[in-house]
Ligand binder design. Structure first.
Ligand code: 4AD
Ligand code: MG
Length: 430
């Protein structure tokens, strides 16, 4: 008997096949049992009719509980009303009869579900969200491969901070003292572009900030990209193209998943180039005019970000920030040295900042001065300053948070559901 995956089921209409998976729901009328089967690649309703199978097989069918693992053999038919396939079961093989499953049909609170994350992963919405995450990852690789970027793996154990010392996780490191878990591979990618021109990395990053919001994890996946001879404007262009490519692939590849998540796809269909550009100064004014009490010089809060895009169909780049509230490496704006050529990309529908990026300071003296102002340990950054001594060039880059981008694609409110095993201030298990 051919072993078939549900994603390929349409090729097997009227044929006898064997499916392997888990029964995630079932009901029986006493003479007919309806088993909802999941095999990882899809879902199907399997029908066992008492009069069509032997008493032994019917006996096995009666033993099935929710999450029992099974092998079902039968004929593939079309659902009488819906655009779906069904399996008319002839044979059942029980692999393991599941104990009473803790996740029931009743409403569970998020804490309970997070405690049961190892099981919760099996539910339809979680399946859908993590498959969309997979599409986002693949679309990102695809975009960069088609556009001359090569993947450079940056280190996770690092001697210094990239985005500020208050948010670092420390690890004891042999005789060398302390190491820190990486907050972003950016600084290392900057070194790599002098060899490869255009690079990206993609990996876990760590932030020890005490933020308990729906958009903060302590461990999350970041994609950083960096390119030589790219200025601020072109940097935003690359981001726009990348995001549009990701949206396109999600819409093409994840119809079923978006349906399970009840995502309003018309919103995603409107994500097209060009995105809006707005200076930090104008963003503050807009937020204030919509009722925010934010002051000039403040960082944008989550509510401000929501206000900024509430009337927009496409994301907005908030650019040209006061240098005091942005990282040391951002290039100053020649037209106004109090500002830096950085942009945050704010997603629509209240999903907030998904990308942080900037042109980088490429002048040795200016960068050194900036680092001194911030009282950074210069000896640890000598190698980074070297990059401005040996053939310095204009260059720019950006980084996206995979969970925030996936959350936006899925229309999921809290990003903890867009990573398989979320790590938050108060959660390290399972
Ligand atoms: O804006 P951030 O801090 O930028 C950087 O780290 C730069 N070095 C990136 C670069 O230029 N290569 O972080 C980038 C993105 C944010 O826009 C956000 O999407 C995500 O990473 N992010 C988080 N996601 C989940 N939980 C957190 N605690 C996050 N902090 C940042
Ligand atoms: Mg940021």
């Amino acid at each position: 008997m051919e072993k078939v995956l549900l994603k390929d089921i349409s090729a097997y209409l009227d044929q006898e096949i064997t499916l392997r998976g888990w029964v995630f729901n079932l009901r029986s009328s006493g003479s007919i049992a309806f088993l909802q089967l999941r095999d990882g690649s899809g879902f199907i309703q399997a029908i066992v009719s008492k009069k069509e199978v032997s008493p032994e097989i019917w006996g096995l069918c009666e033993k099935i509980t929710i999450e029992t693992s099974v092998e079902l053999t039968g004929k593939v038919s079309k659902h009488p009303k819906k655009e779906e396939y069904e399996l008319q079961v002839k044979n059942i093989n029980l692999i393991q009869i599941a104990e009473e499953y803790p996740i029931g049909k009743k409403e569970h609170g998020p804490d309970f579900l997070l405690d049961q994350r190892h099981l919760w992963l099996r539910s339809g919405k979680q399946w859908a969200a993590l498959r969309i995450r997979n599409t986002v990852i693949n679309a990102t690789y695809e975009y960069f491969n088609q556009n001359g970027f090569i993947k450079i793996d940056t280190p996770i154990l690092t001697p210094t901070a990239c985005e500020g010392t208050t948010t670092l996780f420390e690890v004891p490191y042999f005789d060398l003292g302390k190491a820190y878990l990486s907050q972003s591979g950016q600084l290392y990618l900057e070194a790599a572009i002098f060899s490869f021109g255009r690079c990206f990395d993609f990996g876990p990053t760590f932030r020890a900030e005490k933020s308990k919001t729906r958009r903060h994890l302590t461990e999350f996946w970041m994609m950083d990209a960096e390119a030589a001879f790219v200025h601020h404007e072109e940097n935003m262009k690359i981001q726009e193209e990348l995001i549009c490519h990701v949206v396109k692939r999600v819409l093409e590849n994840n119809k079923k998943e978006l349906e399970i998540l009840e995502r309003d796809t018309s919103k995603l269909e409107k994500i097209k180039e060009p995105f809006i550009r707005m200076t930090y100064h104008d963003a503050i004014k807009k937020a204030q005019s919509l009722g925010s009490d934010i002051k000039d010089g403040d960082d944008l809060g989550a509510d401000d970000e929501t206000l900024l895009t509430q009337d927009l169909d496409v994301p907005v780049f908030v650019e040209k920030w006061p240098k005091e509230i942005k990282a040391f490496y951002m290039k100053r704006d020649e037209a106004n040295p109090n500002l830096v050529l950085g942009a945050d990309l704010i997603a629509t529908e209240g999903h907030g900042e998904i990308i942080g990026g900037s042109e980088r300071e490429d002048n040795y003296e200016v960068l050194l001065q900036r680092m001194k102002e911030e009282k950074m340990p210069l000896e640890d950054f000598e190698w980074y300053l070297d990059l401005r001594k040996y053939g310095s060039v204009p260059h720019s880059g950006f980084g996206y948070g995979l969970e925030r981008l996936t959350g936006w694609m899925c229309g999921i409110h809290h990003i903890r559901e867009t990573i398989p095993f979320p790590r938050m201030i108060n959660r390290l298990r399972p």
